[in-house]
Design a protein around this ligand. Sequence first.
Ligand SMILES: *Cc1c(COP(=O)(O)O)cnc(C)c1O
Length: 347
Amino acid sequence: MDTIDLRSDTVTLPTPQMYEAMANARLGDDVYGEDPTVNELEGETAAMFKKEAALFVSSGTQGNLLAVMAHCERGDEIIVGKQAHMFLYEAGSASSVAGVQINTIDVQTNGTLKLDDIRAAIRMKDVHEPRTHLICLENTQNVMGGVAFGADYIRKVAALAHMNQIKVHMDGARIFNAATAVHMPVHELIEDVDSISFCLSKGLCAPVGSVLVGRREFIEKARRFRKMLGGGMRQAGILAAAGLVALREMTKRLHEDHENARLLADGLAKLPYIQLDPTRVQTNMIYFTLAADAPVSTDALVQHLKAKYNIYISPAYNKEFRFVTHYWITPERVYMVLKAMQEALQG
Ligand SMILES: *Cc1c(COP(=O)(O)O)cnc(C)c1O
């Protein structure tokens, strides 16, 4: 039986079209700026986002780190959500590598940072204080449920930031999911940010890679830092070829993942012992909690689904599970998962 893997959209494999594009990719040395496929990916991304330039990088984590390094000086402070990927899951790279100090503020349930909280976190221009130089937003916001917010809010943050000579970076690992959810072309959604990084390798199914986007001068700084970090890749066009398919084709089908997430959430909400807030299900993620009196423990549920149904789910954190839909989670598979969950919860 095939595996049904709900742990993340990072488990997606390249599509047949991607394998074909990779096999036929025109290649060169990208450190010399001579890989035509990388150049095509970077050019097409910049055009699609209506920004000056783009840089193909190894991962979302590298894209975010390069943004911090290219925007900030060592000793600067950046404002980041306490529940943000950049704070929780990037191995402390902003502080340990970029040498910045992170000032965290709470992320709201809708994925945003409160404007008043940002205002209060901005440092005074005083010799004693670090210089606030960057605000980082995350859209979709993972920990809050894969929730998406629109351009109006981003515009307000950017206005506040720019008034204080502060830049705005968007951790847009899943920005195309956000754009799909708010029914807006991606360039309109991110118009007011100074930089954005997004992943080709998650719901968009490319095997490797992210893209950092921004002004030309910023991207050239980031390119130098990428080299410094050992991220100058030679015939990287073999990866960028899959990235081009991701960008051109896979960005158009994310509404299917969102519909399947809705289907799965609605089914799960009807099962006993499952506590699920349907308003949090806006894109391809479903967070829910198993009730304390459920007939199975969270660990037993993980083991049982794997052993009996070949369904892979992540271990729960504080009894909270996250299921993620993607290219390989079809409606048929959603029903298989619901049936398995129902059986497991009957005790
Ligand atoms: C996955 C993810 C990243 C980092 O991506 P990697 O490619 O795994 O390094 C950054 N931000 C968010 C919100 C993510 O979900």
